[in-house]
Design a protein around this ligand. Structure first.
Ligand SMILES: NC(=O)c1ccc[n+]([C@@H]2O[C@H](COP(=O)([O-])OP(=O)(O)OC[C@H]3O[C@@H](n4cnc5c(N)ncnc54)[C@H](O)[C@@H]3O)[C@@H](O)[C@H]2O)c1
Length: 309
């Protein structure tokens, strides 16, 4: 099988490529190194996969490049390329709109009518649910950020291609993924950096916000399993443990053997209060179970950040 992973130099995409290669598959990666965070971090994400002769990498911008050559012989597409993050989406709207929508539409156009393609898996987000993202896939979608709006529009676009052109679409909604290589703008990465460097952290709101966290290796297993999902299905992907920001900070303090210096700020516009994925559908239909406890996952991320400053 040949898998195409877009966003291959990113956090989740780079882990996905490595896992597929380890399973003996051929993998094509696409990324254009959007400077949302520094290119050297993304280049480092690619190092392991690039050692494998079954890996091809194309530095391509999905918004403008000719995509046909990279799609040659591809059986399954995992479309993870996007502009992530809530806050910047208010000020960088065009970038979010183009990377999350135009790029998705161009990729869908490039595979239109491809009879060999088995699945087009669209990586979406719990942000499509909005402030109260706790429950199963039937929760109302009420995004409260341009990021969530563009990702939800991407879901609809993909499903329109399924409806009209028969593109074999499956949608996955990820809930707060963490682990080694986590994006530097994400909370746990920031917390761990501050602990290591002994600098203060800012906690937005009262710290009682609850998150359902997903360890990246568990997320990757769910993504791979989704290549066998029924067409048109949407799945939540989330780990089994629900934890508040304050609880995570206590766990990290235990792992690091030192205390945070904390500054507090009011909650940010569009921040979710509670997120927790009901993953019953994923477990039942795709036989998936998260394997990594939050304690183990945080320890792995801490160790990675300590050794990759
Ligand atoms: N990390 C999470 O917790 C999380 C949660 C919910 C959803 N997601 C979704 O998962 C996917 C991956 O997220 P991530 O955390 O790995 O982000 P990331 O920023 O690390 O990876 C995304 C990659 O996509 C690339 N990209 C963006 N626009 C592109 C374009 N036009 N052409 C080619 N490449 C482009 C970027 O350069 C980047 O390397 C995204 O679709 C995101 O919306 C992630």
């Amino acid at each position: 099988m040949r898998y195409l992973v877009t966003g291959a130099a990113g956090f989740i995409g780079s882990h996905l490529c490595e896992r597929l290669l380890a399973m003996g598959h051929d993998v094509t990666g696409i990324d254009c190194f959007v400077p949302y965070y520094p290119r050297p971090i993304k280049e480092r994400n690619l190092v392991e996969a690039a050692k494998n002769p079954r890996y091809r990498f194309h530095e391509l911008d999905l918004r403008s490049a000719d995509l046909k050559p990279a799609l040659d012989g591809v059986d399954v597409i995992f479309h993870l390329a996007a502009m992530p993050g809530l806050v910047a989406s208010w000020t960088e709207f065009d970038l979010y709109q183009s990377c999350n929508l135009t790029a998705t539409q161009r990729l869908l156009e490039a595979i239109k009518g491809n009879k060999n393609l088995k699945r087009f898996v669209y990586g979406s987000t719990s942000s499509v649910y909005g402030k109260f993202a706790s429950g199963d896939e039937t929760l109302p979608t009420k995004p409260v950020s341009p990021y969530g709006v563009t990702k939800l529009a991407g879901e609809h676009l993909a499903k329109a291609h399924l409806e009209i052109f028969g593109t074999p679409v499956v949608v996955l909604r990820f809930f707060s993924v963490y682990g080694p290589r986590q994006r530097p703008d994400m909370a746990y990465n920031i917390f761990i950096r501050s602990l290591i460097a002994d600098t203060p952290i800012t906690v937005y709101g009262d710290g009682q916000q609850v998150r359902g966290n997903t360890f990246v290796a568990d997320c990757v297993e769910a993504i791979i399993a989704s290549a066998n999902a029924q067409l048109g299905e949407t799945f939540n992907i989330g780990g089994g443990e629900m934890v508040s920001v304050i609880d995570v900070m206590a766990k990290l303090e235990r792992i690091a053997g030192k205390k945070f210096t904390v500054k507090t700020e009011p909650a940010r516009i569009g921040d979710q209060r509670h997120t927790f994925a009901d993953t019953t559908k994923l477990r039942r239909q795709l036989n998936w179970e998260p394997k990594t406890t939050l304690d183990d996952g945080l320890a792995k991320q801490f160790e990675w950040q300590r050794t990759n400053p």
